[in-house]
Design a protein around this ligand. Structure first.
Ligand code: GLN
Length: 454
């Protein structure tokens, strides 16, 4: 814990942490030592972790990287973080992220962009770590924590993992409790870990997961020992390769890496099968209706009364307006506008309801291939390697940024588990990731196949 705190201090230029809880961390570590000395201790005893700012941590900075939650220190602890502390893990601090988890580059944070510890060979340009869990990915890749919590609504665990050469898994919807995690789009949000290896992720997820009566969408299923699945291998498994993921303009090196990944799995005894997921092309537009719609509803609670920032106005309505105008960043305001429009009377059927129907078709595509004998699906994690800070201008061209999510959003729309594993590097020496998509609640196969690729 002390050495990670030292590393955090030295690496402030990465801007990965928004709050460091040094005293509390040392105290937790000391208690871990005492338990270990007595021969006690949990599965993660003394393991120092970074926590995404989206998780409520009792009495500690929890602002979803937003100005509107200024000074908010919750009275309660999220179930996922409580599970980690119950197993002996140590909290180093809270990690930077895109504001309310809306973004793919960590540039929408109120605290400014996070820097990716990776640089192109010979280059000195700062690169983004991806988003929205950019602080989590950068801190893990930069050795500023042993592992981190993250969340994934449309790719926010897997895309940053791919951009930083780390491993990230989005569990099946319902596997980890959403209680105490600031809501973005409730029907898509899932918590999961980012760590340096598949095995580390498996250990973290075993602790984070589990039924929680406080989350009505939490599923009452026993949590397997995910670490036990890591060395299981892929012999006899059928891996699907969806033709719709060969998108136009994808760099050749990503295409090659995808092929390489299939060869690795084949060499270990898997069978490769060409498959089709015909509704893939509708996933991104449908996601960018469903996610903002749910966000606009979830964000209605930030009104200057209950939490954080209050900007005084001449009456209560004016106070609401001033607070929300100043407290929310541009991207969050854009989502609230899109979402409110999509949900409004007269447009609801044309946009939100239609997007939900498309969602059902996407889910059915996956059900069909899984019913047809496919055990897991291999795709690239992202259509490019990490790009430069300020390279993709969200203010003028948000659609370009949204295209980063093209391979990841389908998984959230269908509620499936997906893992991103580092698989190679591009011509500039930057990490590239592959994604494995699994059947509902079959994260074990993803850990086993991910281990073969990493
Ligand atoms: N980049 C996507 C978005 O901005 C996904 C974010 C996420 O998964 N939290 O909505």
């Amino acid at each position: 814990t002390a050495s990670y705190l030292y590393a955090i201090e030295k690496a402030q230029s990465l801007n990965a942490y928004v709050a460091v809880t040094a005293d509390q961390a040392l105290d937790m570590a000391e208690k871990s030592d005492e338990r270990l000395a007595k021969g006690e201790g949990g599965a993660l005893e003394g393991v120092p972790l970074g926590i995404k700012d989206l998780f409520c941590t009792k009495g500690v900075h929890s602002q979803a990287a937003s100005h509107i939650l200024d000074g908010f220190k919750p009275e309660y602890e999220s179930t996922v973080t409580q599970n980690l502390w119950n197993d002996g893990a140590v909290m180093l601090g809270k990690l930077n992220m895109d504001e309310f988890a809306m973004g793919s580059s960590n540039e929408t944070s109120y605290y400014g962009p996070v820097i990716n510890p990776w640089r192109a060979e010979g280059g000195n340009k700062d690169l983004v770590p991806g988003g929205s869990s950019g602080g989590s990915a950068s801190a893990v890749a930069g050795w500023l924590c042993a592992g981190a919590t993250a969340t994934d609504t449309g790719g926010s665990i897997r895309q940053p993992a791919a951009f930083t050469g780390t491993v990230g898994i989005k569990p099946t919807y319902g596997r980890c409790s959403r209680w105490g995690v600031v809501a973005f789009a409730s029907s898509l949000d899932q918590a999961g870990p980012i760590a340096r290896t598949v095995e580390d992720c498996a250990h973290l997820m075993t602790s984070m997961a589990g039924f929680d009566p406080k989350d009505s969408t939490s599923v009452d299923l026993a949590v397997p020992d995910f670490a036990a699945a890591v060395e299981r291998g892929v012999k006899g498994l059928t891996i699907g390769v969806p033709k719709e993921y060969r998108v136009e303009g994808m760099p050749e090196e990503i295409e090659k890496l995808w092929h390489q990944g299939l060869e690795w799995l084949k060499a270990e005894g898997a069978t490769i099968k060409d498959i089709s997921l015909p509704h893939t092309k509708y996933a991104l537009p449908a996601y960018y209706i469903v996610a903002p719609a749910e966000a606009s509803s979830n964000l209605a609670r930030y009104d200057g009364v209950k939490y954080g920032l209050r900007v005084p106005g001449k009456d209560i309505t004016d106070m609401y307006e001033q607070t929300r105008a100043e407290g929310f960043g541009r991207e969050v305001q854009r989502r609230v506008l899109i979402g409110t429009y999509a949900l409004s009377a007269g447009y609801y059927d044309a946009y939100y309801l239609r997007a939900q129907k498309v969602r059902t078709l996407i889910k059915k595509d996956f059900e069909d291939v899984f019913n047809d004998g496919v055990d897991a699906i291999l795709t690239p994690a992202t259509p490019s390697a990490a790009f430069g800070v300020a390279d993709q201008d969200m203010a003028t061209d948000p659609i370009k940024m949204y295209l980063n999510d093209i391979f990841t959003v389908t998984v959230n729309m269908a509620g499936l588990p997906g893992i991103a594993v580092p698989a190679g590097k591009d011509g500039q020496g930057l990490p590239l990731g592959l994604q494995l998509i699994g059947k509902p609640f079959d994260e074990e196969t993803l850990f086993a196949a991910g281990r073969v690729i990493e």
